[in-house]
Ligand binder design. Sequence first.
Ligand code: SF4
Length: 76
Amino acid sequence: TYIVNDNCIACKYTDCVEVCPVDCFYEGENMLVIHPDECIDCGVCEPECPADAIRPDTEPEAEKWVEFNRKYSELW
Ligand code: SF4
C-alpha cells in the first residue's frame, strides 16, 4: 500500500485523488489519507503529489503512517 504522511498538511492539491483508479483517498482532519486495504499499490498518485507526501509503505519512515491512514480513512 501507499500512505500519506504529514507533508500533506496544508497542501491544497488534490491531483492524487483525481488519478487514483480505486478512489481510496479519504479526508482526514487536516490532510488526506489512503485506505491501506483499498489501495492496489499502482503508484500513479505518488508523482502527482507536489509535497512528496505519498510514500510506499516499504520505507521505514512510512510504517508508522499505515495505522494513521487506516484510522482516518475508516471514519467516513
Ligand atoms: Fe490509489 Fe494507486 Fe495511489 Fe494506491 S497507489 S492510493 S491505488 S493511486
